[in-house]
Write a protein that binds this ligand. Structure first.
Ligand code: NI
Length: 432
């Protein structure tokens, strides 16, 4: 492969979240220029959320650079404050942050449901596999260096501080994507004071902690995360896009199994759908591959596949209605209705349940938050660590809220049916 030899020059990349991203290390510059990293330019960070927020089509590449930059700023602040930080791992930490998403699937999380392996596993595979450019650059640092990077990404690296910087409750990954997704979509209350979070972060023994004066900054960060889930990640239209992606691919997979899928489908996607994808195939898949396939499929002889693909391309999404569990007794009636309106309920009548834990520290049986998951406040006067939700009402409220969102998605025509409206009204009045 071609290797860019860098001089002493600092490289500067303009970025909407951090202003500038600074690169001094030629190894990092070379990694950014590998084909595996460049592929991330062709993968949307937010999957189908651009169908709800037109600005939300920023790439995983921009996010990966952002994670690198957040880590660079944090360890820079640690160095200026003379905190006890293992600076011999600086390069390793920066690189693990840069590469943590290198194995991401097209449209981010939408395709993961089709895979037996999560994107983190693909990321470490890209790092370890001797045929990748990423691996070649990493091994040029020193033989075995790629293995260390893989260990940080899969959280088995023996220095917990380094792992926490890349994946934890208050890690560089989340700090970047929350800000970036918020800036890109225009959802203003998803932003928080990143510069101040970096200022109040401190390494204490094995943990990344926050000085107690930073409690409101942490509250703002967790609230921002909460808002981003509701306003962007769980937005009914974002979810409608994800559902459609999933049903298009489900239909395509069924046709592949019967050897009925168009021969014009990109070969790597065919392999993916058959479930026998190699690393090479996988890395040749990106959002563009899927768009190309959808363009082929929309004129396919299979009317369901053709309709689903057209719907995704033309943004004719299914429409949602809140669907709490007690409505499930009406589900077969709705399926029947969908059929009568002319659609196969297997693809056009979908119950979507999604949810997360907004602050996911784990309370063990002795009610002690586990170390790796909690956010800890540090009080210097008596050298004390306190788990943040124990002193913050807003964070308690956020941590306690993990009810899932449940919605039913059907074609718009179904909403025009009086029987469907009656069913919803009945339910609203508590009757049957
Ligand atoms: Ni990430």
């Amino acid at each position: 492969m071609k290797r860019l030899e860098m001089t002493e020059d600092e490289k500067v990349i303009k970025d909407p979240v951090h202003g500038y991203i600074y690169v001094h290390d030629p190894i990092i510059w070379n990694l950014m220029n590998t084909k595996e990293m460049q592929r991330l330019r062709r993968i949307r960070q937010l999957g189908a959320a651009y169908l709800a927020y037109p600005g939300g089509d920023h790439s995983r590449f921009a996010h990966s650079l952002g994670v690198y930059e957040v880590i660079r700023q944090i360890i820079g602040a640690f160095a200026r404050n003379n905190y006890e930080w293992p600076h011999e791992y600086d390069r390793l930490t920066l690189i693990a942050g840069l590469l943590h998403d290198v194995g991401h699937a097209p449209f981010s999380h939408s395709l993961e449901r089709f895979m037996t392996m999560r994107h983190e596993k693909w990321s470490v595979m890209v790092v370890r596999d001797p045929t990748t450019e990423v691996h070649e650059v990493l091994e040029s640092v020193s033989p075995g260096f790629s293995e260390l990077v893989a260990e940080v990404i899969e959280k088995t690296f023996p220095v917990p501080l380094i792992v926490a910087m890349v994946s934890g409750q208050l890690d560089a990954d989340r700090l970047d994507y929350l800000m970036r997704d918020s800036v890109a979509t225009g959802v203003d209350y998803g932003t928080f004071d990143l510069a101040r979070i970096i200022r109040v972060m401190e390494p204490r023994k094995d943990r990344l902690v926050v000085r107690d004066s930073g409690i409101h900054t942490v509250e703002a960060y967790l609230l921002a995360r909460y808002f981003m889930y509701w306003q962007v990640y769980f937005h009914p239209v974002s979810r409608a896009g994800e559902i459609l992606l999933h049903t298009v691919l489900t239909r395509a997979r069924q046709l592949v199994e019967k050897n009925e899928l168009s021969a014009l489908t990109p070969p790597a996607l065919l392999a993916f759908l058959r479930g026998d994808v190699t690393l090479g195939d996988y890395l040749s898949l990106d959002d563009a591959t899927l768009f190309a396939a959808f363009t082929v499929w929309r004129v396919s002889g299979d009317s369901i596949l053709a309709d689903l693909a057209s719907r995704f391309l033309d943004r004719r999404l299914l429409k949602e209605v809140a669907w709490p569990k007690n409505r499930d007794s009406h589900l077969s009636a709705v399926q029947q209705l969908v059929k009568e309106v002319g659609y196969d309920p297997n693809y056009y009548c979908i119950v979507d349940e999604t949810g997360t834990v907004y602050y996911d520290y784990y309370l063990g049986s002795d009610l002690v938050p586990t170390h790796e998951n909690a956010i800890w406040l540090y009080r210097k006067s008596d050298d004390r660590l306190t788990e943040v939700s124990s002193v913050s009402r807003p964070i308690q409220a956020i941590a306690a809220d993990h009810h899932p969102v449940r919605r039913l998605y059907v074609p718009r025509e179904v909403f025009r049916e009086a029987r469907f409206q009656r069913l919803l009204e009945d339910e609203a009045n508590g009757g049957r």
